[in-house]
Design a protein around this ligand. Sequence first.
Ligand code: UDP
Ligand code: MG
Length: 324
Amino acid sequence: MDTAHQNQTEIKPLYDGLLSVVVPCKDEEEMLPIFRDEFFKVVEAMGNPDFEIIFVEDGSKDATRDMLKKMSAEDPRIRYISFSRNFGKEAAMYAGLKAAKGDFITIMDADLQDPPSLLPEMFGAILGEGFDSVAARRKTREGEPPARTFCAKWFYKILNSLSPLKFTEGARDYRLMTREVLNAVLELPEYNRFIKGIYEWVGYKTKWIEYENVERAAGTTKWTFWGLAMYSLDALTSFSTIPLAIAAIIGILFCLLSTIAIVVLSIRQLIFHNSAYGWTSMICVIFFLSGLQLFCLGVLGQYMSKIYLETKHRPHYIIREKSK
Ligand code: UDP
Ligand code: MG
């Protein structure tokens, strides 16, 4: 009797309503069945509540699309969107979020580096503690190349000192949010998307959950060093205009310095007639200042390229095929 009662309480769904799970995937044929099985296990442990998985296939070169087609034909709770080419993870997440019908929405990677097993704890924070969203943060980056860890550390340091928003180091794109938060996120239709920044920008009460880094279950990372560097630059310019201010301040400082130099050198020439020496130092100064000018132009160019892309109003992605 006691066990029957226990079983009954165990199978009570953890939440009412629908959970949408957005999974961006590029070349993840190895991971898809592993991900599905792992996710189903977690769903079972949560008392089989309602859910939908939206796989967003982002221009894969392997059999990911065919597998998704098959998986979605087998199970109506599995939906998919397939892009016409690779548009990047940000575009894939955006497409998935727009397609989500759920009352609760989560984004997780297909490689199980965002463990679905954190979901019960995340729901606990939303349903029990009154949070609007729950974000996941890796405590360590073990298993990652040391160079990437080093760059990531510095990226967060620079980003945080330059942006009015606070970015958490080790933060993942993985989070569970309510429909209200998702609607706010979707209010930002910008072309240059950096979802971690968008989450911060929309605000709401967010709880951070820490977990040990999990290595990719199968397949390889889709990031190249160059890709990550460009993404970091995008993130920086998307959520901060301080680099522009720094360029302006450097300009003002050097104007002041050169005014002083003009006065000093003119006086020296007029009184002592000996200002024409120091070719080496002059060349150094010219090189330095030209470099600085190019740097400032580059900063300006970064913002200009953003404006250029935004004003084109191009779609974020092209859908080639989708389920239902
Ligand atoms: N991904 C994507 N489009 C891309 C690159 C990656 O949809 O252009 C997906 C990928 O399939 C995975 C997630 O984004 O589900 C994270 O990618 P990955 O594991 O390669 O990144 P890492 O964990 O190394 O940061
Ligand atoms: Mg990964």
